[in-house]
Design a protein around this ligand. Structure first.
Ligand code: PSU
Ligand code: MN
Length: 311
């Protein structure tokens, strides 16, 4: 998109993000659902600030994405980030929610699908998150598959993540990514990561080992006209992962509880993440944060290797 088109766009970038995009210097988009609905308060604000700091240390400009008062925003100041982390009225917006939110003046944190949509429209190519949404384990009865997958199938953006949340049906999600034509690259691993766990046990077809190699794959997408996302699957370091036996036991309990409590739709993911944090006495939270930090650092390196100004 040209910068003129961006000026007429309903998407408002912060001055810092706009300047970086105009100069072609590195930018990393960050999602806000993980802050507003995925992490407990008040830790979420500290994490939001820390992630932005990590992006800066990697030589890139952080662009946290959210919808505030019916305006799609890319790049938040401290007060706005505080709002995202404290406002109990803030909703959870996938890309399908953006138009009605703009029409009604509503506010919400953006999921992977909402964030990737807005970031790509603004010209941001690299995005860091924790774990993607995907196919839920009870899909045959609920048809619950995150809108993240379909959006990534038609958005040229590079998403750095620690795989998909382990609360999901991981092999079914990998199959859907294949069907949808979304590229999956293991970063220094030939096993797909398991979000809280270093490995999900499932293989990936591609292993890349350097940020510059990922940037080359992104340039190849441009040359070929490939219009889908690249998922860079970056495992949590083994010494920071959740104990796999604890993970399996607590997850089984949380899934059974969600079933009994009749939790459905958008509420499922936040419910399960919160139950896991409680039942592991915070250990799942620490593993989640370790994964996100690693993803944000790697995203900054990829953004630096890819940025037009660094070529
Ligand atoms: N990963 C996390 N915490 C989260 C999420 C992912 O570590 O809160 C969020 C992301 O925003 C993702 C969303 O897009 O969960 C998926 O939700 P759903 O399954 O309702 O599509
Ligand atoms: Mn869902």
């Amino acid at each position: 998109m040209t910068q003129n088109a961006l000026r007429d766009s309903p998407i408002r970038c912060s001055d810092e993000v706009r300047a970086a995009l105009e100069r072609g210097t590195p930018v990393v988009a960050l999602e806000s659902t993980i802050l507003a609905h995925g992490l407990p308060r008040p830790r979420n604000l500290a994490v939001g600030l820390e992630l932005e700091q990590l992006v800066r240390r990697g030589g890139a400009v952080p662009a946290t994405v959210a919808v505030l008062d019916g305006v799609a925003r890319i790049g938040l100041d401290r007060a706005e980030l505080e709002r995202v982390c404290t406002d109990p009225g803030l909703r959870k917006f996938g890309h399908r929610d953006l138009a009605p939110a703009l029409a009604t003046g509503a506010g919400g944190a953006t999921t992977v699908s909402g964030t990737a949509f807005l970031a790509a429209r603004a010209g941001i190519r690299v995005f860091a998150t924790g774990g993607l949404g995907g196919v839920h384990r009870d899909w045959t009865s609920t048809q619950d598959e995150s809108a993240d997958l379909a959006l990534l199938a038609r958005t040229r953006i590079t998403v750095v993540c620690a795989g998909v949340k382990s609360i999901l049906d991981v092999p079914a999600t990998l199959q859907r990514l294949e069907t949808l034509g979304v590229g999956v690259l293991g970063y220094r691993t030939d096993l797909f990561p398991g979000f809280y766990l270093t490995s999900s046990g499932h293989p990936v077809d591609w292993t890349l080992t350097e940020p510059g190699q990922v940037a080359e794959a992104m340039r190849a997408q441009d040359r070929l006209g490939v219009d889908s996302a690249l998922v860079v699957a970056n495992p949590v370091p083994a010494d920071e992962q959740l104990d796999p036996a604890l993970h399996d036991r607590v997850l089984a309990e949380a899934l059974a509880e969600a079933g009994r409590a009749g939790v459905t739709g958008q509420a499922v993911t936040p419910f399960l993440l919160a139950r896991l944090t409680e039942q592991t006495a915070g250990a799942s939270l620490e593993a989640n944060l370790a994964a996100v930090r690693g993803n944000v650092r790697l995203a900054a390196e990829i953004a630096a290797a890819w940025a037009p100004a660094s070529r």
